[in-house]
Design a protein around this ligand. Structure first.
Ligand code: ATP
Length: 326
C-alpha cells in the first residue's frame, strides 16, 4: 500500500500540557482509517492538525507528496466533517450540498449536476427540497457527508461522524459510510471513541492514550494480538490469569497458572523467557462452559463452580422465539 499521508514526529502542546506526543503514522490511499481512544487522549487534536486548524508544535505532515505542515486549511486537499454537522437550517438539502461549489463560483449547471450525483450517492433524491428540521438525524448526517464530499477532497476527515445517532441508526449508517467510501475510493480518517464502530468500519486503527500511540493495526491484529494491557482492555473484554512461563517458542507460550490450576497456552509473536512471571488474557467468547470435560484436542479444561448468572447473557446464548409478523 502506497503511503498517502505521512505523519512524522508530530507533537502538540498547550502551555505545558502535551496533547499529542511525537507520533509517526502512515495512512495509505483509499484507507478507512480510525483514530480510537478515550476522552482527552488527543485524537481530535491530531485530526485538527491534519485539517490545518491546529499548528503542530513539532514534526511534519505530508499529504500526497506535499508538505502541508504549515499550509492553511483551505489550501489542503482535505475536507472535514465536524461532530455537530453544521448544516445551514435556512437552506434546503440541495442548497446545503451545493454550498461549497457556489462559494467557489462553479457554473450553475455543473453545480446542479454534481448535487444530483451526490443526492443519488447518499440516497436523498426524494428529500432534495426539504429543510434540515424536516429530516431525521441520519438523513442530516448524510447531507453533511454529501456537502463534505462534493468538493472531491483527496482526504475526508470525520470527527465522531455517527455520535449524534441512536444505536440502531448508527449501525445502519456505518455500513452506508463504508459503501460510500468504497465507491469513491477517497481516504477517510475517522475519529471515534466507540470501539465497536472502529472495529466495524476500519481498514486500520490507531489506539491512542495520553497523546501517544499504543498500537496501529488492522481490527483483527488489534483484537487478537493487542500490543499491551491497555489495548487488550480497551478493545473488548478480557479475563486474566497470573502464571509462570514453562515453555515458549515463536508461535506459542505455555503458562502454568496456579489461579487456573492448569497450564494455559497462548498464541503470540512475542517471545517470553521460561520462568518469567506473566499474565495470560482470554477473550470471553473463547470460553465455553459445560458439565462434561471436553475431549476435543487442543481444548484446555478448567474446573469451576457457577457463582452467578446474568439473565441477558443467558438470553444471548439460547436465543428466543418471536411471533411471525402478519
Ligand atoms: P474527546 O473524545 O473528549 O473529544 P479527544 O481525544 O478528542 O477527546 P482532544 O480534543 O484532542 O481530545 O484533547 C486532548 C487534550 O488536550 C485534552 O486534555 C484537552 O483538554 C487538551 N486541549 C485540547 N485543546 C486545547 C486548547 N486549545 N487549550 C488547552 N488544552 C487543550
Amino acid at each position: 500500500m502506497k503511503d498517502f499521508i505521512r505523519i512524522r514526529g508530530i507533537s502538540k502542546t498547550f502551555g505545558d500540557f502535551i496533547a499529542v506526543n511525537k507520533v509517526d503514522l502512515d495512512i495509505g490511499k483509499g484507507e478507512l482509517f480510525s483514530i480510537l481512544g478515550g476522552s482527552g487522549c488527543g485524537k481530535t487534536t491530531l485530526l485538527r492538525m491534519l485539517a490545518g486548524f491546529e499548528v503542530p508544535t513539532a514534526g511534519s505532515i505530508e499529504i500526497d507528496g506535499i508538505d502541508v505542515t504549515h499550509m492553511a486549511p483551505y489550501d489542503r486537499p482535505v475536507n472535514m466533517m465536524f461532530q455537530s454537522y453544521a448544516i445551514f437550517p435556512h437552506m434546503n438539502v440541495a442548497k446545503n450540498i451545493g454550498y461549497g461549489l457556489r462559494k467557489e463560483g462553479v457554473a450553475k449547471a455543473e453545480i446542479a449536476r454534481r448535487v444530483d450525483a451526490m443526492l443519488e450517492l447518499v440516497q436523498l433524491v426524494d428529500f432534495k427540497t426539504r429543510k434540515p428540521d424536516q429530516l431525521s438525524g441520519g438523513q442530516r448526517q448524510r447531507v453533511a457527508l454529501a456537502r463534505a464530499l462534493i468538493k472531491r477532497p483527496k482526504v475526508l476527515l470525520l470527527d465522531e461522524p455517527l455520535a449524534a445517532l441512536d444505536k440502531k441508526l448508527r449501525e445502519h449508517t456505518q455500513f452506508e459510510l463504508m459503501n460510500i467510501q468504497d465507491e469513491l475510493g477517497i481516504t477517510f480518517v475517522v475519529v471515534t471513541h466507540d470501539q465497536e464502530e472502529a472495529m466495524t468500519l476500519s481498514s486500520r486503527i490507531v489506539v491512542m492514550d495520553k497523546g501517544e500511540f499504543q498500537q496501529v493495526g488492522t481490527p483483527k491484529e488489534i483484537y487478537e494480538f493487542p500490543a499491551n494491557r491497555f489495548v487488550a482492555d480497551f478493545i473488548g473484554t478480557i479475563n486474566t490469569f497470573e502464571g509462570i512461563v514453562t515453555a515458549a517458542d515463536d508461535e506459542t507460550t505455555s503458562v502454568y497458572s496456579d489461579e487456573a490450576g492448569e497450564t494455559l497456552i497462548a498464541r503470540g509473536k512475542q517471545l517470553f523467557e521460561v520462568g518469567q512471571q506473566v499474565e495470560i488474557a482470554v477473550r470471553p467468547e473463547k470460553i465455553f462452559i459445560d458439565k462434561e470435560r471436553s475431549t476435543r484436542e487442543g481444548d484446555i479444561c478448567l474446573e469451576g463452580v457457577v457463582d452467578d448468572l446474568d439473565i441477558l447473557a443467558i438470553a444471548r446464548c439460547i436465543g428466543f422465539a418471536l411471533p411471525q409478523e402478519k
